[in-house]
Write a protein that binds this ligand. Structure first.
Ligand code: NAP
Length: 286
């Protein structure tokens, strides 16, 4: 079998086309959607992510407010900046790029962002909204994975989904979104003794580990949908995921590539959350 490629760039282009129209409609109402992006320090990977997010905003008609600080920035000053952005009506979303320098407590920073502007969906309140099924900002990466699964034409009701990884930003919210879509969900992690026992039963596998070749062809049921969140480097220094793409493509029914799968969808869902936030401000004025 040769798996269908779930192209995150193509799906993003389609969705972002609609976003451009939504952004233009907001601007016509006198509200230009705005996303503040804060980068602290010199981490090269973070700089690339931030650049891509800012560029995506600009292409869609979302104003980006990019603030870059040296790694020596104090936590107190960062919290002050966030407080100012919380109170700025031109800002509808605030994103602080992780990881932060070690002297800054990431939890304090995330919780300082107003829930109305938590477009990354990382705060305890946003996590609680997801857990309890209330509306709220969904974390961008798992939400993007859901859109990719949807694009494969998969109705998750009654399907068995296996999530590999249980981080607060990817694995756990992913499991909750799948559960909400009526899948039966298994969550695996580093203490799972035999990963393949679980993955071989799965109709849908989401790999979010950060270790290449975690999922190989022998671990996949024929026809399964495989979503690869991982971002790693191979021996040649090229970007690769957690999945052995060449091998698994021969067994799976559908698969996301790395790059060009989950990565662009993460940014797309960030734009979606920012627009939703701006649209809420229009509605609140009506
Ligand atoms: P993380 O916080 O390091 O979590 C990794 C998870 O994988 C942990 O839950 C860990 O288990 C589990 N794990 C580690 N080794 C394992 C093994 N051998 N078998 C099963 N599970 C194992 O990472 P993350 O933030 O969730 O990110 C995961 C990957 O996705 C990374 O490569 C990251 O760069 C990538 N990522 C990509 C995007 C994107 O937009 N494409 C966005 C976010 C993250 P324990 O909990 O037991 O330690």
């Amino acid at each position: 079998m040769n798996a269908r490629i779930l192209d995150g760039n193509a799906l993003s282009a389609q969705m972002r086309g609609q976003f451009t129209e939504r952004a233009a409609a907001l601007t016509a109402h006198g509200i230009t959607p705005g996303l503040a992006v804060i980068l602290v320090g010199e981490d090269p990977a973070s700089a690339v992510y931030v650049r891509n997010k800012v560029a995506a905003c600009e292409k869609t008609g979302i104003r980006s407010i990019f603030e870059k600080y040296q790694a020596t920035l104090s936590e107190a000053v960062l919290l002050e900046r966030i407080a100012a952005l919380n109170n700025d009506p031109a800002v509808h979303g605030i994103l602080v790029q992780m990881p932060l320098p070690k002297h800054i407590n990431p939890h304090r920073v995330i919780e300082a962002i107003s829930t109305r502007k938590d477009v990354d969906g990382y705060s305890v309140l946003s996590a609680g909204e997801l857990l309890t099924g209330l509306s709220g900002f969904r974390p961008c990466t798992p939400w993007g994975c859901m859109k990719l699964i949807e694009s494969a034409g998969c109705d998750l009701r009654g399907k068995h989904a296996v999530v590999i990884g249980r981080s607060n930003t990817v694995g756990k919210p992913m499991a909750l979104l799948l559960l909400q879509a009526n899948a039966t969900v298994t969550v695996c992690h580093s203490a799972t003794p035999d990963l393949a026992v679980h993955t071989r039963q799965a109709d849908v596998i989401v790999a979010a580990v950060g270790r290449r070749n975690t999922l190989t062809a022998d671990m996949v049921k024929p026809g399964a949908i495989v979503i690869d969140v991982g971002m790693n480097r191979n021996d040649e220094g090229k970007l690769c995921g957690d999945v052995d793409f060449v091998g698994v493509s021969k067994v799976a029914g559908a698969i996301t590539p790395v790059p060009g799968g989950v990565g662009p969808m993460t940014i797309t869902m960030l734009l979606a959350n920012t627009l939703e936030s701006a649209e809420k401000t229009v509605k609140s004025k009506e």
